[in-house]
Design a protein around this ligand. Structure first.
Ligand code: KG4
Ligand code: ZN
Length: 342
């Protein structure tokens, strides 16, 4: 089976062709995955500007699509399904991918599998090619989401906790802005934090001891603001900045890991899986690996390849495979910017 996937939910224009062999125990092979990032367009504004994102998708998607088919060495006639991100995301950005998919489906008489973007992040871990024992506890950390999602089987999602305010990636982006670093802030903070002392600054770990699985990062953002008011030289002094970035990363990682490990114990998860843009963070990856190894030695841990952590269409194609029973005619696909998983 060949799936062509299209992802335009935010500021990455992406297409991928996925080959799936076998239906019961599948083998996934990404024949091509092309991502065109709009970071340079949005960076001067300090965040994604929806209208600019949509215009860039309109301009780039046909080019990305052509490159993807050519790299995969297939034509539209070989494709079995077209998958497209339906939501959540920016509505005018989503609509560009959806309308492109509808045009292709009409022209080549194919069905469309609408895919939830968060499900895409979760299924990025299936590209590791290793079996996934259930129950599976997912921690999805991206620019728009911080969610703990329990799955008893593919497609059965139970949201057991989410952020009350800012998402983890948003916290990175806002803290970076206060530190005078460019957008997106996650990679900027990560680059500076490398050899820093994560204990140098005492930043809060919001809700780390609360009994539920909710997160809150707004308080951490305020703590960054006050710390910078008290010690403005953090922004200018290289050593201080390195230590501050390391301390910030550690605070975010500690909260995410503590809640994930506690939920994995309570729900008796056999697998814990990290995904989303923030899962590119080395400190988060390391803290989660060490803690799972120490506290849940029998639990399998899945962490996606770095190139699959931020938005891409390959993950959308894998999710589409598991959602293929939802394939519909091009006439019935629309964007849903607030689409939820369960
Ligand atoms: O999943 P993603 O590409 O887009 C959404 O669906 O939101 O995630 C983007 C987010 C941004 O907030 C970005 O700052 C963050 O992921 N990010 C990182 C790192 N790389 C990207 N955060 C921390 N450390 C990183 N290395
Ligand atoms: Zn995403």
């Amino acid at each position: 089976m060949l799936i062509l996937a299209i992802e335009t939910s935010c500021d990455d224009t992406s297409c991928a062709v996925l080959e799936v062999k076998g239906t019961k125990s599948q083998k996934f092979k990404v024949l091509a995955s092309v991502v065109s990032s709009q970071i340079k367009i949005h960076a001067p504004f300090g965040g994604v500007v929806p209208t600019l994102a949509a215009r860039e998708h309109v301009k780039n998607l046909p080019v990305v699509f052509e490159q993807t088919l050519s790299q995969a060495g297939v034509s539209m006639h070989d494709i079995d399904y077209i998958a497209v991100t339906q939501g959540p995301g920016l509505v005018i950005a989503l609509l560009v991918g959806i309308n492109f998919a509808r045009g292709l489906a009409y022209a080549y008489d194919k069905k469309i599998i609408p895919v939830n973007h968060i499900a895409g992040h979760i299924f990025s871990n299936w590209l590791l090619g290793t079996p996934v024992p259930f129950p599976l506890l997912n921690i999805v950390v991206s620019g728009g989401h911080t969610e703990l999602i329990l799955m008893k089987k593919p497609g059965a999602y139970k949201n057991i906790g989410a952020t009350r305010d800012d998402a983890a990636g948003e916290a990175f982006d806002k803290a970076a802005r206060m530190l005078g670093l460019s957008y997106p802030g996650g990679p900027q903070i990560a680059a500076r934090a490398k050899n820093g002392n994560p204990k140098a600054y005492a930043l809060p770990r919001p809700m780390i001891h609360s009994k539920n699985y909710e997160f809150s990062f707004a308080g951490l953002k305020t703590a960054v603001l006050y710390a910078l008011r008290k010690e403005p030289s953090i922004k200018k002094n290289k050593k201080k900045l390195t230590n501050f970035c390391a301390s910030f990363e550690q605070a975010v990682a500690d909260v995410i890991v503590a809640k994930t490990v506690r939920a994995a114990k309570e729900y008796k998860a056999k697998t814990v899986a990290l995904s989303g843009g923030v899962s590119a963070n080395d400190r988060l990856r390391a803290v989660l690996s060490q803690t799972v190894r120490a506290e849940l030695p029998r639990v399998k841990l899945l962490i996606p390849e770095k190139k699959l952590t931020t938005d891409n269409a390959a993950m959308i194609a894998v999710a589409a495979f598991f959602e293929r029973k939802n394939a519909v005619s091009w006439k019935r696909v629309d964007a849903n910017p607030n689409l939820s998983l369960s």
